[in-house]
Design a protein around this ligand. Structure first.
Ligand code: GLN
Length: 306
């Protein structure tokens, strides 16, 4: 813990903002960092009302407590600028739905658009003629930080969630998030490839939700340096046409979902038509629907097991 005056922090923010602007990095990221390390709320930062807080010892209560000395904060910000390390890996936190999730380079940083998957799952349950889909088993395949599993656990209060990932280090982070957010009773974790570790539960799942890797391999180098140089390729690379994992989820899920069970995934812009066709061809799905994300891009595919 390190104490600074409001003025010192204000000056730091000004300099960091200037450097961000020059490096083409969004200005609000300086404030995200300050929210985490100084415990200041966004409005206090935006209005700069922290500037008046004193550093003199007689007014120590009004000093600002930083989690690390200002000099180390500068070094962190330098890494954001030079190495293009995502700010969420700098702070180790990302805010997703109601959760503050721990993240590290072993897991993909959960994106805002992925938040929609949880609402779509709920809607799919409510619009289905199959009773009690909100009960029973739900799978989050390729759980990463555990975001989707946690979102499902919160939204479907009667469901048991099975979260799978092939990466042991991702599972460690997902489990840490689950414990900290007190969902350990609701989510079970398994290491393995997609449905493989859930073999004994074939035919029983009310729903499956996944944000699988879907970027075509040849496009990876064109992604922002923050993504391609720091986020796990295991969570991004979807093979030649980006659809390897989605194809696998289409063929294997038929054996695991109960009749009427929900199949819901995230995908990339431009993949919707092929995904619909693959679902039709498989022959085990009905009521196939595509949904846009908040930017209006076709991003989610929903189907029901017949
Ligand atoms: N949405 C992520 C990105 O744009 C990709 C996530 C994924 O491949 N599932 O980088």
């Amino acid at each position: 813990m390190s104490l600074v005056s409001g003025l010192e922090l204000w000056q730091w923010r000004l300099a960091a903002g200037k450097a961000a602007l020059e490096a083409g990095i969004p200005l609000e990221e300086v404030d995200w960092l300050l929210q985490e390390v100084a415990g200041l709320d966004p409005l206090t930062i935006r209005l700069e009302s922290f500037k008046e807080r004193s550093a003199c010892s007689s007014a120590s209560l009004s000093q600002i407590e930083l989690q690390l000395p200002l000099q180390e904060l500068s070094q962190l910000w330098e890494r954001r600028l030079q190495e293009r390390l995502p700010v969420q890996y700098l702070t180790g936190v990302t805010h997703w739905r109601h959760f503050a999730l721990t993240v590290a380079p072993a897991v993909l940083i959960p994106r805002p658009e992925t938040e929609c998957l949880i609402d779509l799952a709920l809607e799919a349950v409510n619009n289905s003629p199959t009773p009690q889909l909100d009960f029973g088993h739900w799978a989050d395949l390729g759980t990463g930080s555990g975001a989707i599993a946690l979102g499902l656990a919160e939204a479907l209060t009667n469901a048991s969630i099975y979260a799978v990932d092939c990466s042991q280090s991702a599972l460690a982070i997902a489990q840490q998030n689950t414990q900290r957010l007190s969902y350990s009773q609701r989510i079970q974790f398994y290491q393995g490839s997609w449905w493989e570790p859930l073999e004994d539960l074939k035919g029983t799942f009310s729903g499956m939700v996944a944000n699988p890797p879907y970027i075509p391999s040849n496009l990876l180098p064109q992604l922002q340096p923050e993504v391609v140089n720091h986020e796990p390729h295991l969570a991004l690379d979807g093979g030649n046409d980006g659809l390897d994992c989605i194809r696998k989820l289409i063929t294997t899920s038929a054996d695991y979902l109960q009749p009427g069970g929900i199949w819901l995934i995230e995908m990339m812009a431009g993949q919707a038509a092929t995904v619909v066709e693959l679902l039709h061809q498989q022959g085990s799905y009905s009521q196939i629907k595509i949904f846009p994300d908040l930017a209006g891009i076709d991003r989610f595919a929903l189907a029901y097991r017949v």
